[in-house]
Structure formats: structure tokens, C-alpha cells
Write a protein that binds this ligand. Structure first.
Ligand code: FPP
Length: 235
């Protein structure tokens, strides 16, 4: 049987801190190793024919981490954009950064905008980085945008289709598979609206160790699922 490749895969890259601790390194070393691993997973996504890859790089709750770790994560992200943009272009990767602008420095916002522009015509893989992202914030922002839309008839009931159109990335199809590394069965405010029917795969492997083989295991597991979207399977 031919392997079904999810069109959109979303990943919660968890376990960088534990990976570092196990190796007697500081947490930031774990995040650095996590960023390197991302390159491996991007490459494999292209090989497999995944069209959209969303990764959770920084949540709206991550600001609560120690100042040094937050600063380190910002620098790591900024360094990733500068040092990898040419490689991403060669690979045909289009970059989108999705989330809130609140609290993010002007220099980083500018770099994000420039990098997105630099890669805007690529189309082999859409690489969507959820950065300063919160699922509840995305839904709240959508509701506020609907309320502020002067073209809407006041008091008219809102439909699901309408809400979907006001999400941050209405053009990206919902993920078919969500992968979480390092063992926790939680969604942590990730893509709350978009994952309504996604399959969920959790592995104990820490993100920096989540290699091509582990990635393929997740896709194999997805292939064994019986996806019914609340209905019944045809006989
Ligand atoms: C969760 O691990 C990971 C994060 C909060 C950050 C993810 C960031 C990266 C993988 C690297 C940078 C990304 C880009 C796009 C360059 P954790 O720190 O919660 O790990 P722990 O649960 O073991 O402490």
C-alpha cells in the first residue's frame, strides 16, 4: 500500500531543556541543538513531499521563562533567519512567521518581514513558524476582527466558515498530523482552532534527537489511523 503523506504536519518541538540537562549542558544549548534539528526535518519534509510544515518555536506563555532564556531564544531565531535564508531559498522553502507582534523587538520584526519577502516566491514547502503564538489569542483576535469589520451586519450570527477566514493563516489547510516530542500529552495552546480533526502523535524522544527515522515513524503511525471526522467509515 502506498504511504499517505500528510499535506500539513504541525510539530510541538518539546524537550530541548531535558535533552541539554541529560548532557550536562545549559538549556540554551538544547535550543541550539533543536534549531539544528529543524534543518534535518525540513530536508526530510521536502523528500517526503509534505507541503506545509508548522513548528511551535515560541508561545505567548514562553515570555514567563527566565529573561536569559527568552533573550537566547530571540537571538537564536534571529540568527536562524539570517544564516539560513539562502539555504531555504535553494531548497525552495517559503517562510511564514505566524503569531502576535506584541513584545517582539522592532529589529526582529523587520528581519522577519525581510526574510518572508526574500522567500515569498518559493513553493516547494511552506514553512510556517509559530512564533509568539497562542491559540486562544488567535481565536480572540479573530473575534475582535469580526467585531471591527464595518461591512458586517451588526448582530448577524457568526458561522464557522467566517471564523476560519479570520484566523492568522486562512490559506493554509488544517494540519492532518500534530507531532509532539518528549512525551507530554498536551496541546499547550497550539493551533486550537485548526487541530479539530488532526491526528495526534506523541513520542518520548526529545526534539534534538527527533531524526528522519523518528519522523517516518510518526508518518507510519498516521497511516495506521482510521480517520472518520466524527462519521462512520464506508463499508
Ligand atoms: C520546548 O522545549 C521548546 C521551546 C520552547 C523552543 C523551541 C525552539 C527551538 C526548537 C529552536 C529555535 C527555533 C527556530 C525556529 C530557529 P523546552 O525548553 O520546554 O524543553 P523542556 O520541556 O525539556 O524543558
Amino acid at each position: 500500500m502506498e504511504l499517505k503523506i500528510p499535506k500539513h504536519i504541525a510539530i510541538i518541538m518539546d524537550g530541548n531543556g531535558r535533552w541539554a540537562k541529560n548532557k550536562g549542558k545549559i538549556r540554551l544549548e538544547g535550543h541550539r541543538a533543536g534549531a539544528v534539528n529543524l534543518e534535518r526535518i525540513l530536508e526530510e519534509s521536502i523528500k517526503l513531499g509534505v507541503k506545509y510544515l508548522t513548528v511551535y518555536a515560541f508561545s505567548t506563555e514562553n515570555w514567563k521563562r527566565p529573561e536569559m532564556e527568552v533573550k537566547g531564544l530571540m537571538e537564536l531565531f534571529s540568527g536562524f533567519l539570517s544564516s539560513k535564508k539562502k539555504t531555504l531559498k535553494k531548497q525552495g522553502i517559503k517562510l511564514l512567521v505566524t503569531g502576535s507582534k506584541e513584545g517582539v523587538s522592532d529589529s526582529l520584526l523587520k528581519k522577519i518581514e525581510e526574510t518572508e519577502k526574500y522567500l515569498e516566491n518559493e513553493e516547494k514547502l511552506i514553512f510556517n513558524i509559530a512564533f509568539n503564538y497562542g491559540g486562544r489569542k488567535e481565536i480572540t483576535d479573530a473575534i475582535n476582527k469580526i467585531l471591527a469589520d464595518e461591512k458586517r451586519e451588526p448582530g448577524k450570527p457568526i458561522t464557522e466558515e467566517e471564523v476560519a477566514k479570520y484566523m492568522y493563516r486562512p490559506d493554509i489547510p488544517d494540519p492532518e498530523l500534530v507531532i509532539r516530542t518528549s512525551g507530554e500529552f498536551r496541546i499547550s495552546n497550539f493551533l486550537l482552532w485548526e487541530i479539530a480533526y488532526s491526528e495526534f502523535y506523541v513520542t518520548d524522544v526529545y526534539w534534538p534527537d527527533f531524526d528522519e527515522e523518528e519522523y517516518n515513524k510518526a508518518i507510519l503511525s498516521f497511516n495506521r489511523r482510521d480517520r472518520r471526522y466524527g462519521g462512520l467509515n464506508a463499508e
